[in-house]
Design a protein around this ligand. Structure first.
Ligand code: PLP
Length: 529
């Protein structure tokens, strides 16, 4: 007679055969997991991961290996990259489904292909969740990324404020009906509108008018910076610039600005010159969702159009959103065919999960802990003698001037990575070093806060960070005309300090494991990473 425990397992897992002798002898990871785990201890998320990896490995073992190796790396390096996070298992698992197979151009209820009912359900649900979470009039959840979201927003604004009035004047609704001469004149008008966004070196994003990005090629793009003295936005100087330039779009938002922005004041500036006020909250959307940025600091209350990524502080899948007032809704909804093609139904399903998760008291608590941890981290950096730009942070990120330790940003980030800390090197305002060297390090707390770390761990992290930077020095240039001078890329780290740093990071990560549901050793054994 079969052992009752084994019977229990077979109810859940074993391949069904009519004859015991015919039963396939499987050494699959899935079978092994189910054999070694009592039914009430089975983790649905880990089970799903094993099943997915086993299926993937069957088709492409290297792809499965890369996933497992990434888990191994995430368990080894503490993630202080301000733009990254760890999304939930539900968010991850929602991405792996057959909605990817469906073409669904259009928006729910208005598609170009038949058979879109289930994408409609997922997308309408995600839109409702986004509106409920942010309190906006309208949400468009199709952008594949933050860069896409910005392009869609730009073109929606151009349609609303330039193309639609021009068509009305010419008495048509469809641009295809224009003569070649009228079309050429409209294209000229569309291509000569003015954008005023934050300068890349002051913390703005590449998509905000950086000359290497399409945003600077499609607009007459101008930028505003931060004060050389304070590192902060000078609102009076910005107001003067807005009044002088009369932009079509005044754009706020950043990748590397450590302070809250007074959006009410910027809206007033935009209104004074008839500009559209757009905010790219890609970095701090989670802080808006979680109620950290309220009133004057909540962009939804003040901007006409707000864009975001879904994968940073918002902790969703990689993707973007456009949120807007009723005035822009119909134009934003034409993101396809304006900018993108078919939406990613499987990612939209995952966005729906993440947006639902963000609309909970637990997420509000998470958002507040992000900024509390960031404030503590910044203060401890300063106590350790590091130079924190603007003297601290109001949000989830901070900038450290690595030159205060005699290093470039690139050397600082390289040394920290060798000591199991992942950050990115970043330009500082008025940085004398170019974007591939830089003088700064950008540090953020969204990911470590997801792991459950608090202020005690922030103090430990800042102390390890300082230990590494203080024990790193530029290496001398080995050859060429500058031989012997200090390199801006190469560096040397004191071995004992590096060993100590790595051990202390390992100790921290041991207490706060990344994706604790996943048994790394088991996955490595089966998928070979
Ligand atoms: C402010 C801002 N906007 C847009 C983006 C672009 O997002 P994605 O990388 O998803 O295209 C980023 C990414 O870092 C960002 O920081």
């Amino acid at each position: 007679m079969a052992h009752p425990d084994r019977d229990d397992h077979r109810v859940v897992a074993a391949p069904r055969t009519t004859n015991e002798e015919d039963a396939p002898v499987s050494n699959s990871a899935l079978t092994e997991y189910l054999k070694q785990t009592s039914p009430d201890a089975v983790s649905p998320a880990f089970l799903a991961y094993i099943a997915a990896l086993e299926t993937v490995a069957h088709a492409a073992p290297a792809a499965a290996r890369a996933v497992v190796q990434e888990l191994a790396d995430q368990r080894r390096y503490v993630k202080l990259i301000a733009s990254e996070n760890y999304c939930s298992m539900a968010t991850q698992l929602a991405m792996g489904n057959l909605l990817t197979d469906k073409y669904a151009e259009g928006v729910p209820g208005k598609r170009f292909y038949e058979g879109c009912d289930n994408v409609d359900t997922a997308e309408a649900y995600a839109c409702d969740q986004a509106c409920a979470l942010f309190g906006c009039d309208h949400a468009y959840v199709q952008p594949h990324s933050g860069a896409d979201a910005n392009l869609i927003a730009y073109w929606a604004i151009l349609q609303a404020r330039v193309e639609a009035p021009a068509l009305e004047k010419l008495g048509v609704t469809n641009p295809s009906k224009l003569s070649d001469a009228d079309w050429a004149s409209l294209r000229h008008a569309l291509g000569n509108q003015r954008l005023l966004g934050m300068d890349y070196y002051s913390g703005g994003h590449l998509t905000h008018g950086y000359r290497h990005n399409v945003s600077a090629k499609m607009f007459d793009a101008h930028t505003y910076g931060v004060s050389r003295e304070t590192g902060l936005i000078d609102y009076d100087a910005l107001e003067a610039q807005v009044n002088e330039l009369h932009p079509l779009i005044l754009l706020a938002g950043y990748s590397a600005y450590p302070r809250a922005i007074d959006f009410r004041r910027l809206r007033k500036m935009a209104d004074a010159v008839g500009a559209v006020f757009m905010v790219d909250m890609a970095h701090f959307a989670g802080l808006v969702a979680g109620g950290v940025f309220e009133g004057d600091f909540n962009p939804i209350r003040h901007a006409h159009v707000v864009t975001t990524t879904t994968h940073k502080t918002l902790r969703g899948p990689r993707g973007g959103l456009v949120l807007c007032t009723h005035e822009f809704a119909d134009f934003v909804d034409k993101g396809c065919p304006l900018v993108i093609g078919g939406p990613l139904g499987h990612i939209i399903a995952s966005k729906a999960v993440a947006l639902t998760e963000a609309n909970t008291p637990a997420f509000r608590d998470y958002a507040h802990r992000i900024v509390k941890n960031a404030a503590c981290l910044a203060k401890t950096f300063i106590d350790e003698g590091l130079d924190v730009v603007t003297g601290g942070t109001d949000n989830h990120l901070m900038l450290i001037d690595a030159t205060s330790c005699g290093l470039t940003g690139r050397q600082g980030a390289g040394a920290l990575r060798q000591c199991s800390i992942t950050v990115n090197f970043n330009s500082l305002p008025y940085d004398p070093n170019g974007p591939l060297i830089t003088s700064g390090l950008r540090v953020g707390t969204p990911a470590v806060t997801t792991l459950g770390m608090g202020e005690a761990e922030m103090k430990e992290l800042a102390s390890i960070f300082a230990l590494v930077l203080k024990n790193t020095a530029p290496a001398p240039i080995a050859s060429g005309p500058n031989v012997g001078k200090p390199s801006k890329r190469e560096f040397t780290i004191d071995g004992a300090a590096a060993n100590e740093a790595r051990a202390r990071v390992a100790n921290l990560l041991g207490q706060f494991p990344v994706y604790p549901e996943l048994d790394l050793a088991f996955l490595q054994k089966h998928f070979g990473a």
